[in-house]
Write a protein that binds this ligand. Structure first.
Ligand code: KG4
Ligand code: ZN
Length: 333
């Protein structure tokens, strides 16, 4: 029996999960509310909060899975990409745990894990499939050929899609993380209320910095005419912004599907929790005859279940690392 403990600590969630023979038995996530006061994640505070949360989070994951710590026979952890100080906490914990118990250690790439979250539950995609991975730090279109064989087809040239949501939220005086709030307001608004530009980039890469500037100028201009603009039109602004971010993302997915001929399309990462993106992808799938894969909400944002499931695939191949492994702030898919 393979009982795997997964550990995630790349950004501002401390998470631990237990996977038994490829099935997730628990997935505990401790979020860090402290960053809301600062409009973004403060790396030093994140690292300290991980230190406080890691042991209780692992204890809870073990309890929820109804196992004993002694039953765990391998540990998987996020090696990167992410904030170095945050990664260090999970990495050090995982290494110590493996060393003390003399069990194997598996390193996991966080961006690959977001994609491999699709293997937690049915229906699972078959290889090859396309995945749009959209998070607070990354925006990528990936051709997934096998569990750990992935080709990057396109990525952002500046801000990530999650950053576009979070930076817009800052302009709109909404707290961090802004994505979920923009999503909420957008449900009540008119997506055609404000016209926002779509960047003209010919390949499969993305750009969001022009959009951010356009939103800033639009809001400043409207506030000059009406100081209550934001409170009166918040829903319409959010709906217009969300609709533009979604169309930027999905127009590139459409292009990638056309160029590769691949008809299985998945989304992953924190922004894949966005209801506008989920619905638009479903609609596009119906229109173009794609099979669409959308993760459950709990597996969209950062979680250790995806680390444990990726670790399980490595365990099957005996793809282990030694105690000399170190976290990496930058890693490619
Ligand atoms: O994958 P994730 O949890 O962490 C990173 O690895 O970055 O992604 C976090 C990002 C944040 O930018 C957050 O605003 C965004 O995902 N996000 C959303 C939604 N839920 C989370 N963006 C849009 N709509 C949402 N519902
Ligand atoms: Zn992530």
């Amino acid at each position: 029996m393979a009982v795997i403990l997964g550990i995630e600590s790349s950004c501002d969630e401390t998470s631990a999960a237990i996977c038994i023979d490829g099935e997730i038995k628990s997935n505990i996530i401790a979020s860090q509310a402290i960053h809301a006061n600062y409009g973004g994640v403060v790396p030093e505070l994140a690292s300290r909060a991980h230190q406080q949360h890691i042991i209780p989070t692992v204890d809870q994951a073990v309890q929820h899975a109804k196992i004993h710590k002694n039953d765990i026979n391998a540990v998987a952890f996020t090696r990167g990409p992410g904030l170095l100080g945050s990664l260090l906490v999970g990495t050090s914990f995982a290494k110590s745990f493996a060393l003390a118990r003399q069990i194997p250690l598996m390193e996991v790439n966080h961006m690959q894990a977001h994609i491999l979250a699709h293997f937690i539950e049915d229906p699972k995609p078959a290889f090859p499939f396309l995945c749009l991975t959209v998070s607070g730090g990354h925006t990528q279109i990936v051709l997934v050929k096998d569990y750990f064989e992935m080709e990057l087809l396109g990525q952002t040239l500046d801000d990530a899609a999650g950053e576009a949501f979070d930076k817009t939220a800052k302009i709109l005086n909404l707290p961090y993380p802004g994505g979920p709030l923009i999503d909420k307001y957008a449900k009540e608004g008119n997506a055609n209320a404000f016209k926002l530009p779509e960047p003209q980039i010919s390949d499969l890469n993305f750009s969001f910095s022009g959009l951010k500037t356009a939103i800033l100028y639009m809001v400043q201009g409207e506030e000059k005419k009406n100081p209550n603009f934001l409170s009166e039109r918040m829903a319409d602004v959010c709906a217009s912004v969300q609709s533009r971010i979604v169309s930027i993302l999905l127009n590139k997915v459409k292009k990638a599907a056309k160029e590769t001929g691949v008809k299985q399309v998945a989304i992953a990462g924190g922004v894949s929790a966005n209801s506008g993106l989920r619905q638009a992808l479903l609609d596009m799938g119906t229109r173009y005859g794609w099979e669409v894969f959308i993760p459950k909400f709990e597996y969209c944002t950062d979680n250790a279940a995806m680390i444990a499931i990726a670790g399980y695939q490595k365990y099957l191949k005996s793809d282990f690392v030694g105690q000399d492994v170190a976290p990496l702030a930058r890693m490619h898919v």
